[in-house]
Write a protein that binds this ligand. Structure first.
Ligand code: F6R
Length: 619
C-alpha cells in the first residue's frame, strides 16, 4: 500500500527521499512523488510509474541525487501511491499542493467525507486538479491557514483534522516553515526515526534503518511537529504527550536482496533460520515459555472458546491453528476472515480468547476485527511480525514471530513463523489443560526443534520443483486438493500461486471436488495434492484417480514414509517425515517454491505483483 517518507537535516534531502521510496517499493504502488521547499517555493515533482521514473524526472530538472551530494533543501516529503480514489496518473500522484501554493500533503489512508469537503471548498473558490480524496486535505489546511492570517501552521492542521473523517497518515509541508514537517496519524502507521541533528519519517521501518535504529511509533489521533533537532507529539487538544523510543535491531542486510534474484527467494531461504528464531528461544528445559502471556491452567480455565481472525495468508495460518487447538485441546475454535468477522455479530464475550494474526500488524480489517472483539469483552493475543505495530500495541498480549523484515509482497517466512507460533500455543495449551502427557509434550517440542533442518533439506532439493514448474507454467488453471490439514495448506498454496503468477487456481477439499468443481477438470488440467495424513491417504488416492480419469496431470507432495505407496500421480515431491500434525510447516515451502518458479517462468514481477500491496490499510 502507499508509502510515506520525510526528512529534515543536513544530508541531501532529495537523495534520502528517493532512497527511502525505493526501500518502500515492496509495499506495492503505481506512482511516486516528492515535495520540498526551495527559494521560498513549494516544489512538487511526481510521476505515474515506478520510482525510477521519478528519479529521471528529478535528475532532468538538474537536482543532485547522490547521497553525498549537497543539500540546499532542508525539509522534504515523498510518497508512493497505490491508487484508490482516481486512476494512477501524474495528476493523482502525491504530493498534492494546495491551490495557493502554501501547503503540500502526502497521505496514506482514505478521507471518507472528501465529497462534502470538496463541495465546501469549491464554494470557497478552491479549484481541484486531481480526483483524489487527499487533495482535499491540502486545500482544507490552506483554507484554515489563510483564515489564521498565515501565522499558525500547526493550528491550521489541528483545525482541519476536526473536519476530516476517515483514516490517515498525513505528512505536511508549509511554504512559510521551511524547517518544519507536521504529521497527523489515525489508523495508518507513521514511524519517526531519530538522528543527530536530523529526523526522519516513514510509513515503514525499512526506509529508516540505513540511518537510525531509534524509532518512535506514533499513536492514533496525534500530531507530530518535527524539526531537524526536535520532535514534539501533541494530542487533538494540542496537549504535549509522552512518547517511547524503541530500538530496532533488524540489520540493514535483512532489507537487501543479498545476491538472490528476488526477495521472495531470499525469504524462502531464510525460513529455517526464522523458524528457529521463533521457536528455539521459547523452549527451555522441556518447557514452552510464551513470554508474558499467562497461559497456565488458571488462565485457560477462564476461556470457553477461541476466536481467530486474520486476512489472506495469515488467515490460512489461523485455519491450521483452529485445527490444531481443537485437536490438541478440545476447545471450540472459530477462524474467520477479519473483514467478514466485523459484520458477523460474533458470539464472543470475556470468556473468549481472540487470537489475531498479522505479519505487518497494520492490516486495517484485522485491526478492526480485534477492536470489535475487544468491544465485546474478549481477551486478545496477537501473533505479529513487525515490532511496535498497531496490532501488537493494542492487543492484551503479543507473541512476535522472529521472521525479520519481509519485503516480498508474497508472504513466505512470515507464514512459516506464524505456523510456529500457533503450534507453540496449541501444544502449550494442550499440556496445561492436561490433554497430552509429559512424553507427548516433549516429543512435540523435539519435532518443532527439528523443523529448521528439515526445511533446509527441502531447500536443497528445490531444483526438482523448478524443473516441474518449467514444464507446467503455461497452465491456465490449477487445482490444489487436500483433506484435513492438507486442505488448509492447499488454500495457502493456491493463494501464493495466484498472487505472483496470475494463474487461476482454486483450493478444494479432496472430498468436495466431486460435488461440482470436478466439471472443470479436463485433459491436461494440473492438480497439485499435498497428501500427508495417514488416515486420509486412501481417500486422497481415490480423489486423485477421479481427476486422473478425467485427464488431469497430478503432482503429489508427500512425506518420505508414503514414497512407496504408489499413488496414481504423475510426479511426486517428497518432504522429510515428521509427526503428521506438523506437516503444514514442511509442505508450505514446496508450495511456495512452486508458485515462485511458475511466476519466474512466466516472467512476472515476483516481489511486486500487480494490484497488490504489502500492508493493506484500507477496508
Ligand atoms: C499473501 C499475503 C497477504 C497477507 C494479508 C494479511 O502472500 O501476504 O494475503 O497475508 O494481506 O497481511 P498481514 O499479515 O500483514 O495482516
Amino acid at each position: 500500500m502507499c508509502g510515506i517518507v520525510g526528512y529534515i537535516g543536513a544530508r541531501n534531502t532529495l537523495a534520502v527521499l528517493i532512497k527511502g521510496l525505493e526501500s518502500l517499493e515492496y509495499r506495492g504502488y503505481d506512482s511516486a512523488g516528492v515535495s520540498f521547499i526551495q527559494n521560498g517555493n513549494l516544489n512538487v515533482i511526481k510521476k505515474k510509474g515506478k520510482v525510477k521514473e521519478l528519479y529521471k524526472a528529478i535528475d532532468e530538472q538538474g537536482y543532485d541525487l547522490s547521497l553525498k551530494g549537497k543539500n540546499s533543501i532542508s525539509a522534504g516529503i515523498g510518497h508512493t501511491r497505490w491508487a484508490t480514489h482516481g486512476a494512477p496518473s501524474d495528476e493523482n500522484s502525491h504530493p498534492h499542493l494546495s491551490m495557493g501554493g502554501k501547503i503540500c500533503v502526502v497521505h496514506n489512508g482514505i478521507i471518507e467525507n472528501y465529497v462534502e469537503l470538496r463541495k465546501f471548498l469549491k464554494k470557497k473558490g478552491y479549484e481541484f486538479s486531481s480526483d483524489t480524496d487527499t487533495e482535499v486535505a491540502a486545500q482544507l489546511i490552506e483554507y484554515y491557514y489563510k483564515k489564521f492570517d498565515c501565522k499558525d501552521f500547526e493550528g491550521a492542521v489541528q483545525r482541519a483534522l476536526q473536519d476530516i473523517v476517515g483514516s490517515y497518515a498525513l505528512c505536511i509541508l508549509c511554504v512559510d516553515y521551511p524547517d518544519k514537517i507536521i504529521c497527523a496519524k489515525k489508523d495508518n502507521p507513521i514511524v519517526i526515526g531519530l538522528g543527530q541533528n536530523e529526523n526522519f519519517i516513514a510509513s515503514d521501518i525499512p526506509a529508516l534503518i540505513e540511518y537510525t535504529r531509534d524509532v518512535v511509533f506514533m499513536e492514533d489521533n496525534c500530531i507530530l511537529i518535527m524539526t531537524k533537532d526536535s520532535i514534539e507529539i501533541k494530542d487533538v487538544h494540542g496537549e504535549v504527550v509522552d512518547y517511547e523510543v524503541s530500538h530496532v535491531d533488524w540489520d540493514t542486510d535483512a532489507a537487501q536482496k543479498g545476491g538472490y534474484a528476488h526477495f521472495m527467494m531470499k525469504e524462502m531461504f531464510e525460513e529455517p533460520k526464522a523458524f528457529e528464531a521463533t521457536v528455539a528461544p521459547r523452549i527451555k528445559d522441556d518447557v514452552i515459555w510464551l513470554e508474558h502471556f499467562p497461559c497456565g491452567r488458571d488462565y485457560l480455565s477462564g476461556i470457553d472458546k477461541i476466536n481467530i481472525v486474520a486476512c489472506g495468508t495469515a488467515y490460512h495460518a489461523g485455519c491450521v491453528g483452529k485445527y490444531l487447538i481443537e485437536k490438541l485441546c478440545r476447545i471450540p475454535v472459530t477462524c474467520t476472515v477479519a473483514s467478514e468477522f466485523i459484520y458477523s455479530d460474533p458470539i464472543i464475550d470475556e470468556r473468549t480468547l481472540t487470537i489475531v494474526i498479522s505479519q505487518s500488524g497494520e492490516t486495517l480489517d484485522t485491526r478492526n476485527a480485534m477492536r470489535e472483539a475487544q468491544n465485546r469483552g474478549s481477551r486478545t493475543l496477537a501473533i505479529v511480525n513487525v515490532i511496535g505495530s498497531t496490532i501488537a500495541r493494542e492487543a492484551d498480549y503479543v507473541l512476535y514471530t522472529a521472521a525479520g523484515p519481509e519485503i516480498s509482497v508474497a508472504s513466505t517466512k512470515a507464514y512459516t513463523t506464524q505456523l510456529a507460533c500457533v503450534y507453540l500455543l496449541a501444544i502449550k495449551f494442550s499440556y496445561e489443560l492436561g490433554k497430552i502427557d509429559d512424553d507427548r509434550y516433549k516429543q512435540l517440542q523435539s519435532e518443532l526443534l527439528q523443523m529448521p533442518e528439515k526445511l533446509t533439506k527441502i531447500l536443497s532439493e528445490q531444483n526438482k520443483i523448478q524443473r516441474f514448474a518449467s514444464s507446467q507454467f503455461n497452465a491456465e488453471s490449477i487445482f490444489f486438493i487436500g483433506r484435513g490439514l492438507d486442505y488448509y495448506l492447499s488454500m495457502e498454496a493456491s493463494l501464493k500461486l495466484k498472487e505472483i503468477s496470475y494463474i487461476h487456481s482454486e483450493a478444494y477439499a479432496g472430498g468436495e471436488l466431486k460435488h461440482g468443481t470436478i466439471a472443470l477438470i479436463e485433459d491436461g488440467t494440473l492438480v497439485v495434492s499435498p497428501i500427508t495424513q495417514d488416515e486420509l491417504c486412501g481417500k486422497m488416492e481415490s480423489n486423485i484417480k477421479e481427476v486422473k480419469t478425467r485427464g488431469a496431470t497430478v503432482l503429489a507432495i508427500i512425506p518420505e514414509r508414503f514414497a512407496d505407496k504408489g499413488f496414481s500421480c504423475d510426479e511426486k515431491f517428497v518432504i522429510p517425515d515428521c509427526d503428521e500434525l506438523l506437516t503444514p510447516i514442511l509442505t508450505a515451502l514446496p508450495a511456495q517454491l512452486f508458485a515462485y518458479y511458475m511466476a519466474v517462468n512466466k516472467g512476472c514481477d515476483i516481489d511486486k505483483p500487480r494490484n497488490l500491496a504489502k500492508s493493506v490499510t484500507v477496508e
